[in-house]
Design a protein around this ligand. Structure first.
Ligand code: GDP
Length: 443
């Protein structure tokens, strides 16, 4: 759905890749790309402006995280801001103080309002919440019939008074019916127009006053792009919405609507429609949407893991150990686990500029080697891990480790000699002042 935006940011990412650090000058081009991409994705221009300003501020103020390159950090900052704009976390449907809970559906004709009404009823029914759907679109007999058909399909009752009654009366009586029958949630489908229309808004406001809803959900067609911003603004100003459902996210719509709705109304998107079927409704998750926009959730995860795991105390401890030549198999295992936690070896390597040229074969081989090394270390005793010299000196110990890990003695010998060599290399490097990162894998 956000393909175009994802591609643009992918290009930005490539441009940034070759550069050393985030600075006022090199960030401008990247920000320009983000700006263009968002505008092309039909995000409202004011939303774009505040979004880009925030990204710039955060990027320039960002502390450099060890083990992560600045380009990855920039993407993470864009991602974080996207999540923030779209609402941080999933916003559930508001509960009523006392049942029935009333949900009023609003939106333009064709947005998917009637479909969303039934989708929501089915969604709630699966959570063992009883529903009543109320048909107030008296202008289109087909709309009432559509709701009845959907109701039959999902076994949810529909309250209707045909096309002769007044929408406000229908809504009021529907609510009474729900109270009498002890129904949990009433979902009121309303009439839409092809365009914003004062008469429609006035009627909607009257229905709202009559039923005092717990939720007013604006149903927005994600395919309408920039127009979604105007629709959101009008409905929010006129009747006040409490949330939105973004429909037709299964199509190749531009992503703009998702970003604009929250910024303009201050209200969360609660669900997305992902198909014509009545089951095709999902809770909206800002983080998932942001990952999808960026098409690079792997990088985001990598940076997050690095922030979590690579705490500076650990790095300093390891550095000290290296300098004193005390870095042992336990530290090595820890370092390897850190690498593994960050995703597959191949996955991590691909994120490092230049490494993606290695080709899949080489990367997979590296991953296999990483696993072999880990099984060998796991077969060592505590003493052997703490003192690799024990293995260097004893063929019988090496044979035991080989047997225990399902490898050959020569594999263990090689691991021990590679490790010893790596350790002395690390020592030299750390004496030279630099920290040799994650590299230096034996094997
Ligand atoms: P309303 O006029 O707002 O009540 O819109 P409808 O509920 O009648 O939907 C209009 C059209 O959009 C129908 O053909 C629906 O099947 C279709 N539709 C609604 N939601 C979705 C969705 O999430 N994905 C897709 N692909 N089609 C949808």
């Amino acid at each position: 759905m956000f393909d175009a935006l994802a591609e643009r940011l992918e290009d930005t990412w490539k441009k940034l890749r070759g550069q050393g650090k985030i600075s006022q000058s090199n960030i401008q081009e990247a920000l320009q790309e983000v700006r263009k991409a968002l505008l092309e994705a039909d995000v409202n221009f004011q939303v774009v402006k505040s979004f880009v300003a925030e990204v710039e501020k955060n990027a320039l103020g960002a502390e450099v995280i060890s083990g992560v390159n600045p380009q990855q950090q920039f993407i993470k900052i864009v991602y974080d801001e996207l999540v923030k704009v779209m609402g941080e976390s999933n916003a559930p449907l508001a509960e009523a103080d006392k049942p029935p809970r009333v949900v009023l559906m609003a939106g333009l004709q064709g947005a998917g309002k009637t479909t969303a009404t039934a989708k929501l009823a089915l969604y709630l029914q699966k959570q063992k919440r009883s529903c009543l759907m109320v048909a107030t679109d008296v202008y289109r007999p087909a709309a009432i019939q559509q709701l009845i058909t959907l109701g039959t399909q999902i076994s949810v009752p529909v309250f209707e008074l045909g096309t002769g009654a007044n929408p406000v009366d229908i809504a009021r009586q529907g609510l009474e019916e729900a109270k009498n029958k002890g129904i949990d949630t009433v979902i009121i489908d309303t009439a839409g127009r092809l365009q914003i229309d004062q008469e429609m808004m006035a009627e909607l406001a009257q229905v709202k006053d009559a039923v005092n809803p717990d939720e007013v959900l604006l149903v927005v067609d994600s395919m309408t792009g920039q127009e979604a911003a105007n629709v959101t603004r009008s409905f929010h100003e006129e009747i006040g919405i409490t949330g939105a459902i973004l429909t037709k996210m299964d199509g190749d719509s531009r992503g703009g609507a998702a970003l604009s709705i929250r910024t303009i109304s201050g209200q969360p998107i609660k669900f997305i429609g992902v198909g014509e079927k009545v089951e095709a409704l999902e809770p909206f998750y800002p983080d998932r949407m942001a990952s999808r926009i960026l098409n690079m959730g792997d990088i985001v995860t990598l940076v997050e893991k690095a922030q979590e795991e690579l705490d500076i105390a650990d790095v300093e401890k390891m550095q000290k150990k290296m300098m004193e030549a005390k870095f042992d198999f336990n530290d090595f295992l820890k370092q390897m686990r850190l690498l593994k936690n960050m995703g597959s070896f191949a996955g991590v390597m691909k994120l490092i500029p230049g490494m993606n040229k290695l080709g899949a074969g080489a990367l997979e081989q590296g991953e296999v080697q990483l696993k072999r090394t880990e099984t060998m270390i796991n077969s060592m005793t505590k003493e052997e891990r703490a003192n690799p010299q024990l293995l260097a000196q004893s063929p019988s110990r090496r044979r035991r480790v080989a047997k225990g890990s399902g490898h050959q003695e020569k594999d263990v010998s090689r691991l021990v000699s590679d490790f010893t060599r790596m350790r002395s290399m690390m020592q030299q490097m750390s004496m030279g002042g630099g920290l040799p990162g994650m590299g230096g894998m034996p094997g």
